[in-house]
Ligand binder design. Structure first.
Ligand code: XLS
Ligand code: NI
Length: 442
């Protein structure tokens, strides 16, 4: 096993995490996530395709605006960029194998520190792509998606594809090309765009139409380039309403779907839905999944949670089974996600400083999703939930209601029906009953 993670074991004393069932007292075991268990026709492993995010788990050191790093982990101690990148990859692969997950996700400059020049960055990336390819081959771990960090470098302070300076847009395109090349070389299954700086701080200095036209063109060209290179996967946009910007263009799923359709991108692009981004947009996670699913664009999930008392992206690990069960109802009804998986875009707290904390965090997240999936499946297969929901619409199943749905009635026909002046009986929405059904099966 040691060849998978290099010459040093970073997570000493922690072995492979196994499923031990809900009565287990072992904190380093799955209690609900049983990778090979079949639920609704697929194994949990296939449903979720759990992925580790390189950036929150191996990118930071726990520093925040108010204090320096607290995560003093051995792979963080190297300074020479390539050596540091290799040690980080060793630690990441040891961790992913011990978790028993199949995937990881990365930004270009998570893999290796950005160079002093574009050319130096290109070289560094290609060195790391080769290094990772070997580790992937020997471990069987795969890339769920790759992306480019077009938001951290100061050059992107006014946006990347929406920057008013053409030179910045072109630089971003060069960077995205390299990130796509790396994703394709590593057989990445999807490619993501999260527009952290695509939006505005004030409309006073912003030509919104021009910026959005540029973004539309940029994405179309990126797609065409990747397709020419033989990339068959999804392109995914990850909506977020704000933070870092006051207003980001990919505000939520509905806004993003409108944008994709306006610029003719809807065939190749789907959505990557992040729980905490939904919260920031004042939506539930389930709402965002439903909007995407109804448009056939439910592509992938970034799993985390926010703090309902804070107004920012706290990116904590998922632990709210009720909330995730509501989401899993949508997920199962949609037949799962198309091409993507469940990526833990979540970070342990600054004061979670033990080597085992990152395991506990991912175990908790995986168990939350697994427990929610099992609950949602039970609700669908053995409760009246589905039939109650269908019943609410039964007036459209026969007679005039059916004719309306089939487009056989016009507005005057509806007027004639209204004129019949029949007494309309009130029908309860039964919200409390629906809510009780979820609690009963939890
Ligand atoms: C930040 C985003 C980011 C994307 C990838 O809020 O969630 O982590 O997932 O760029
Ligand atoms: Ni994310």
């Amino acid at each position: 096993m040691s060849d998978v993670w290099g010459d040093k074991e970073y997570y000493k004393g922690i072995g492979k995490i196994n499923y031990e069932g809900k009565d287990s007292d072992n904190p380093l075991a799955f209690r609900y996530y049983n990778p090979d268990q079949v639920v609704a026709g697929k194994t949990m492993r296939e449903h979720f395709k759990f992925a580790i995010s390189y950036w929150p788990s191996f990118g930071g050191n726990g520093s925040d605006l108010f204090g320096q790093g607290t995560h003093q982990f051995a792979w963080n101690e190297f300074r020479e960029p390539i050596q540091a990148a290799k040690k980080r990859a060793d630690a990441a692969f040891e961790f992913i194998s011990k978790m028993g997950f199949d995937y990881f996700c990365f930004h270009d400059y998570d893999l290796v520190q950005e160079g002093q020049s574009f050319t130096q960055s290109e070289l560094r990336l290609s060195t790391m792509t080769t290094y990772l390819k070997e580790k992937m081959d020997s471990s069987g771990i795969k890339v769920l998606w790759g992306t480019a960090n077009c938001f951290s470098n100061p050059r992107y302070m006014n946006g990347a594809a929406t920057n008013p300076d053409f030179k910045v847009l072109a630089r971003a395109a060069g960077q995205v090309k390299l990130a796509m090349d790396a994703t394709i070389a590593l057989d990445g299954e999807n490619y993501i765009f999260w527009g952290g700086r695509e939006g505005y701080m004030t409309l006073l200095n912003t030509d919104m139409k021009r910026e959005l036209d540029h973004l539309g063109k940029f994405l179309a060209q990126a797609r065409d380039y990747a397709r020419e290179q033989g990339f068959k996967g999804n392109f995914l946009i990850e909506p977020k309403p704000m933070e870092p910007l006051k207003h980001q263009y990919d505000f939520d799923c509905a806004t993003t779907i409108g944008f994709l359709r306006e610029y003719g991108l809807e065939k190749d692009f789907k959505l990557n839905i992040e729980v905490n981004h939904a919260t920031l947009a004042q939506h539930t996670f389930a709402h965002e999944l439903e909007v995407a699913s109804k448009a056939g664009m439910l592509g992938s999930i970034d799993a985390n949670r926010g703090d309902y008392h804070n107004g920012w992206d706290t990116s904590q690990f998922p632990n709210n089974v009720y909330e995730v069960t509501e989401a899993m109802l949508v997920f199962l009804k949609a037949g799962g996600i198309q091409g993507g998986g469940v990526n833990f875009d979540a970070k342990i707290r600054r004061n979670s400083t033990d080597i085992e904390d990152i395991f506990l965090a991912h175990i908790g997240g995986a168990d939350t999703f697994a427990r929610a999936l099992l609950t949602a499946d039970k609700i669908i297969t053995s409760s009246p939930y589905e039939s109650l929901r269908q019943q609410r619409y039964s007036s459209f199943d026969t007679g005039k209601g059916k004719e309306f749905e089939e487009g056989k009635l016009n507005f005057k026909d509806l007027y004639a029906i209204a004129q019949e002046n029949e007494e309309i009986e009130l029908k309860s929405g039964k919200q409390e009953l629906f809510e009780n059904i979820i609690n009963r099966y939890l």
